[in-house]
Design a protein around this ligand. Structure first.
Ligand SMILES: Cc1cc2nc3c(=O)[nH]c(=O)nc-3n(C[C@H](O)[C@H](O)[C@H](O)COP(=O)(O)O)c2cc1C
Length: 133
């Protein structure tokens, strides 16, 4: 069955301290029910998330996520059909600053290579800010 993958970046809403564990707990519960999997990178300022699953479920969940006041400036880096899950079977894996984040960014870099100049600039800014952090 064809599957869908969506990747976005966003910024933590200003003045907020985010409890990533709480986001992960709710995400895993909901995503299990919807058959969604993926990966969430979070540091004190930014998020990067990969969502994979049935297109309708991915988009319904993404609409909810986009409206979440805990972040802003949501920019989609990539959205495409995939033959199979590319980021593992986790309901929502957690990538943290450090090695796993570098590996994640390298993979997302390849995915975002076909995006518009504006989107690629957003992603480049994300990578830069992460290196400086
Ligand atoms: C960066 C970020 C990533 C999120 N990822 C997911 C997700 O993968 N799945 C999900 O159901 N909710 C996710 N959420 C939470 C949703 O915005 C929303 O709060 C939640 O789905 C509501 O669930 P509930 O109606 O069961 O309380 C995320 C929120 C943020 C800020």
């Amino acid at each position: 069955m064809a599957m869908f993958q969506l990747v976005y970046v966003s910024s933590v809403a200003s003045g907020r301290t985010i409890d990533v564990r709480e986001i992960l707990a709710v995400s895993r519960r909901n995503n299990r029910i919807a058959g969604l999997t993926g990966m969430l990178y979070a540091d004190s300022r930014r998020f990067l998330q990969v969502l994979e699953g049935d297109e309708r479920d991915v988009m319904a969940t993404f609409e909810r996520i986009k409206a979440d006041p805990r972040h802003r400036a949501v920019v989609v880096l990539s959205r495409r059909e995939i033959a199979e899950r590319e980021f593992g079977a986790w309901e929502m894996a957690h990538a943290e600053p450090g090695h796993d984040a570098d590996a994640l960014l390298a993979r997302v870099d390849a995915l975002a290579s076909g995006a518009s100049a504006a989107v690629r600039a957003t992603f480049a800014g994300f990578v830069e800010a992460r290196r400086a952090a």
